[in-house]
Design a protein around this ligand. Structure first.
Ligand SMILES: NC(=O)c1ccc[n+]([C@@H]2O[C@H](COP(=O)([O-])OP(=O)(O)OC[C@H]3O[C@@H](n4cnc5c(N)ncnc54)[C@H](O)[C@@H]3O)[C@@H](O)[C@H]2O)c1
Ligand SMILES: [Zn+2]
Length: 356
């Protein structure tokens, strides 16, 4: 299968390219090598894999890249929370206009299979149970509560403490920041494209992806890389809130494998026009546990919990990835402990000259 991997020079995309090669497929990459992702030191292309340096918003470049392609794996996006709201046009441009240009070109080229890098951020705050009110979805947390160290969202009806649960794909979406909004719009565009062209699209809603090659501590990076960078500099990881916020950390090679399975299933045909799959390990941990595990594997220093917070962060978000296991036969192959041990000594993108 010949697969166009957009964003194939990025953290996840480059692992997908490796996994495709290993499975005997023929990847090619289109990537704009964004400075916000790569600084002025873009990575070398994967040996033997053609790489077109172009923006997904460029219809001619995308049309050329799609020639002879069986399926598209769309990873290109601006990621993270960004610096402030002034970034919104860039996020919407890269992520949504970019997706629209890509899909229009795919429609013209007759390419009928698309796997999209989705995200769990489309759910907003996770799913909770109130002893009195059953399943509830709390709204954004109030600044006054966060300032007072009240990090757990209460029941929207009675204010009582809630028990966090697993989020399924059919949970209502509730994007809470610009990035999340653009990730949800990408899914809607992919679904509209699939229905109107007789194609099929899958969104893999990744949870917190980590592993070798993860970007270093930029405003666009994930929490595991902040901790990893602190440790590399001899500083304790700074854990926000009280460290008890829960996430599902999924290893980048497991995510790459899910992409290859989804591409193969789409290529085989017969699926629904659009399917979303949560892509998480199914083994949630708190951010505090993650920091502790990384610090231990690194040989210290121990993490500190700061009570600081970022507005827009959700408290708990953990996936139910049963559908991905059942439909595509995926299962994570790297445990939390193994993955964090490897990550503690792994090279991050942007620190090639340093140790590790
Ligand atoms: N890392 C995570 O934990 C995570 C979680 C959920 C979803 N995702 C999604 O996974 C995908 C890959 O993310 P990543 O973590 O590898 O990020 P990344 O920044 O390492 O990779 C993204 C790549 O896309 C390229 N790119 C961005 N905009 C482009 C454009 N307009 N045209 C061409 N190329 C462009 C960048 O140059 C970069 O190489 C993204 O769609 C992201 O939203 C990531
Ligand atoms: Zn209640």
């Amino acid at each position: 299968m010949r697969v166009l991997v957009t964003g194939g020079a990025g953290f996840i995309g480059s692992h997908i390219v490796a996994e495709l090669l290993e499975a005997g497929h023929e990847p090619l990459v289109l990537d704009a090598l964004l400075p916000s992702a790569h600084g002025d030191r873009p990575p070398a292309p994967h040996p033997g894999v053609p790489r077109l340096t172009a923006d997904v918003r460029d219809p001619e470049a995308v049309t050329a890249a799609l020639r002879g392609v069986d399926a598209v794996c769309h990873q290109a996006a601006m990621v993270g929370l960004g610096k402030d709201f002034a970034d919104a046009p860039d996020y919407v441009g890269c992520n949504d206009l970019g997706t629209a240009v890509l899909l229009a070109a795919a429609a013209r080229a007759g390419v009928k299979a698309l796997v999209l890098a989705g995200s769990m951020v489309v759910y907003g705050e996770g799913r909770y149970t109130c002893p009195a009110h059953g399943t509830v979805r709390p709204g954004p947390r109030a600044v006054a509560d966060l300032d007072a160290g009240r990090f757990e969202p209460g029941c929207p009806d009675c204010g009582e403490p809630l028990t966090p649960g697993l989020v399924g794909e059919d949970a209502p979406t509730d994007p809470r920041n610009v990035y999340a909004t653009t990730k949800l719009a990408q899914e809607h565009l992919a679904a509209a494209w699939a229905r109107s062209t007789g194609s099929a699209a899958v969104s893999l809603r990744y949870h917190n992806v980590y592993g070798p090659g993860m970007p270093r501590d930029t405003p666009y990076a994930g929490v595991a890389s902040f901790f990893r960078s602190s440790l590399a500099n001899g500083r304790p990881p700074q854990v926000y809130e009280d460290g008890r916020q829960r996430r599902d950390f999924v290893h980048v090679r497991d995510v790459a494998h899910a992409n290859v399975l989804a591409l193969s299933a789409l290529h085989a045909g017969g699926g629904a026009p659009f399917t979303a799959y949560n892509t998480g390990s199914g083994d949630p941990h708190t951010i505090g546990e993650m920091a502790t595990e990384l610090a231990r594997a690194h040989g210290g220093p121990d993490p500190v919990t700061t009570a600081a917070y970022r507005l827009g962060d959700v408290r708990h978000i953990t996936a139910d990835s049963t559908r991905l296991r059942t439909d595509l036969g995926w299962h994570p192959r790297i445990t939390f402990t193994e993955g964090m041990k490897e990550f503690a000594g792994a090279r991050l993108r942007g620190d090639a000259e340093r140790t590790g």
